[in-house]
Every structure is written in structure tokens, then in C-alpha cells.
Design a protein around this ligand. Structure first.
Ligand code: ZN
Length: 144
């Protein structure tokens, strides 16, 4: 797989009530294929990644809450199902976070955490990004 360029869109994440229903919808309506499923207890979510056939192009990440304390459960309670965050590739997440800190950008994660799909991720506060929750991801290519 080609290296993904710093700043290119990796995925759009959608908070859903029912993961298997949502998977079916994105397969049937949009024709996407499931490329990965993962449970991330630290983040309180079950996640499914879908991509166009050929596994290139921007992915859709469907997120279902594991339990009521999950941030996804809280999001849906407040706003209903819908777009939860967008995620951009970065080459070096520590470097990106340090640069953002220097610029005074409000971060949710000062340090990267382990995300799905063998990635290191960090979230920028939506207040710093026009109301959009933005995730940065450094994805190891070795497992692709
Ligand atoms: Zn994400």
C-alpha cells in the first residue's frame, strides 16, 4: 500500500446505534466493503472500517458504544446518530502534537493513544476546529 500523505483524509467516523445494521447499510447503499472490525475497550467502542472495493480511498468508520459510559453513547444521547469525527493522516504524531501545543491549539489528547488498526491517534478539541472533532492518526503500514 502506498504511504498516505500527511493531511490526507483517512476516515469519517459515524456514531451508530447498531453496528451490524449500519454495516449492512453502507454495504448495500454505498457498496463499501468491510475491511476491519475491532473492539477498543479503552475507548468504549466497537468499530468497523469500510472502504471502497480495492481498499483505497477514504474510509468510513462506524462506531457503536460498548456500554452507557462510552463517549459514543453520550454523543448519541445528546445529538443522535451522525458524524462523530473526521480523521487525517499524519506522518509523525508526536511531532504534530508538539507543533500544535506550541501554537496553542486546544487538544483533547496531549499524548497519542493507541487507536484501532494498529495506529497512534490523538484528538483535537472541536472548539479549536470550527466545532468538528478532528482525529490525527499515524498508521503503521507494516500490517497492511
Ligand atoms: Zn476515527
Amino acid at each position: 500500500m502506498e504511504k498516505n500523505e500527511n493531511g490526507s483524509l483517512y476516515h469519517i467516523a459515524i456514531a451508530v446505534n447498531n453496528l451490524s445494521d449500519a454495516e449492512k447499510l453502507y454495504e448495500d447503499v454505498v457498496g463499501l466493503k468491510i475491511t476491519h472490525r475491532e473492539e477498543i475497550p479503552e475507548q468504549g467502542v466497537r468499530a468497523t472500517m469500510l472502504q471502497p472495493a480495492g481498499k483505497t480511498g477514504t474510509a468510513i468508520e462506524l462506531l457503536e458504544a460498548i456500554d452507557e459510559s462510552s463517549p459514543i453513547a453520550k454523543f448519541i444521547e445528546k445529538k443522535g446518530e451522525g458524524i462523530h469525527h473526521i480523521c487525517f493522516y499524519v506522518d509523525d504524531i508526536e511531532k504534530s502534537l508538539n507543533e500544535l501545543k506550541d501554537k496553542g491549539v486546544k487538544l483533547i489528547d496531549e499524548k497519542p493513544r493507541i487507536g484501532a488498526y494498529n495506529s497512534k491517534v490523538a484528538f483535537i478539541h472541536p472548539k479549536a476546529m470550527n466545532g468538528v472533532l478532528v482525529e490525527l492518526a499515524e498508521v503503521s503500514k507494516e500490517t497492511d
